[in-house]
Write a protein that binds this ligand. Structure first.
Ligand code: PBG
Length: 326
């Protein structure tokens, strides 16, 4: 079993051999495209730190979703930017809130598209935290009821999957119970289960206007240096509480976590290729320092190889169009 009998280069001799032996493949079915929705009409605000990402008013969102559907993508994730914010994040759960209206309109026009909604308060609170606050503390238990209310309102608007991203303890159980009590036993929960307090969310907070107005998210999101055991425990708790799909976020600096979660659990695992990861690639590509298409496909291959069943990425529409080219 050694040279010259064994020659590994035989496995790479032609494009066809390489193609046949390639077992990590990217499919449009695995990609989830995040989109930002804002009040108003005929609005398409570019997000400066995320080239080619926009805040869409609902009319323009529908035009964008049409492109998404044509590209072959099957799922989107919606984030809302409310008109006004308050201490209780009430824009997150009002009946005519931005997300509720967006979901209703998207599902009306594109009933087969999988619509996932981010369930969190940070875009809707004036303090920018993911939970209620008292004396600069982020309260856990009183926040659960509002998250559950938000999730139910998304389901009522027609969401297929709700995705809680707040990292309060016990939120999956609270949301599952509220969904079930309201006749939404069939609505899935995709939990942001191993979500780290990452500096890679910076551009997202520009896009969603959700930066915390004091302090940081370190008391609820996971510490980047914490042990993989903590990620497993967070995920185990979410599955016990009723999560159907679990998630690791961010993706690129946490591929070991993705792999461990896939080895540990049987349920589908999503990874979130976040805003800062997107911005890095875009910035380098704009400077001509990287080949964008090749780099993005290599990153997606890495995330699949690590075990991701689903990938949330702002590159999704580009990838879907690239896959159609070949
Ligand atoms: C809301 C939320 C955030 C992201 C997804 N949902 C921001 C945060 O936790 O501060 C980040 C997504 C990204 O960076 O692309 N809690």
């Amino acid at each position: 079993m050694s040279f010259p009998v064994t020659r590994m280069r035989r496995l790479r001799k032609t494009p066809t051999i390489r193609n046949v032996l390639r077992d990590v493949k990217i499919s449009v079915d695995d990609l989830i495209y995040p989109l930002f929705v804002i009040h108003g009409e005929n609005t398409k605000n570019p997000v400066p730190s995320m080239p080619e990402v926009y805040q869409f008013s609902i009319d323009n969102l529908l035009l964008e979703v049409e492109k998404v559907v044509k590209s072959g993508l099957k799922s989107i994730l919606l984030f809302g930017i409310p008109e006004t914010k308050d201490a209780l994040g009430s824009g997150a759960y009002v009946e005519d809130g931005i997300i509720q209206k967006a979901v209703f309109n998207v599902k009306k026009e594109f009933p087969d598209l999988l619509v996932i909604t981010d369930v969190c308060l940070c875009e809707y609170t004036d303090h920018g935290h993911c939970g209620l606050i008292d004396n600069k503390q982020i309260l856990n238990d009183p926040t659960l009821e509002l998250l559950a209310k938000t999730a139910v309102s998304h389901a009522q608007a027609g969401a297929d999957i709700v995705a809680p991203s707040d990292m309060m303890d016990g939120r999956i159980a609270a949301i599952r119970k509220a969904l079930d009590n309201n006749g939404f036993e069939d609505i899935l929960i995709m939990s942001y289960s191993a979500k780290y307090a990452s500096a890679f969310y910076g551009p997202f907070r520009d896009a969603a206007g959700s930066a915390p107005q004091f302090g940081d998210r370190n008391t609820y999101q996971m510490d980047p240096g914490s042990s993989v055991k903590q990620a497993i425990m967070e995920t185990a708790l979410d599955i016990e509480e009723g999560a159907d799909i679990v998630m690791v976020k961010p993706a690129l600096a946490y591929m070991d976590i993705i792999k461990s979660i896939c080895n540990e659990f049987l349920c589908p695992v999503a990874s979130y290729n976040v805003s800062g990861e997107y911005a890095m690639v875009k910035a380098a590509a704009q400077k001509g320092w990287l080949n964008e298409k090749k780099v993005v496909m290599e990153l997606m291959t890495g995330l699949k190889r690590a075990g991701s069943d689903l990938i949330l990425t702002y590159h999704a529409l580009d990838i879907a169009n690239w896959l159609q080219e070949v």
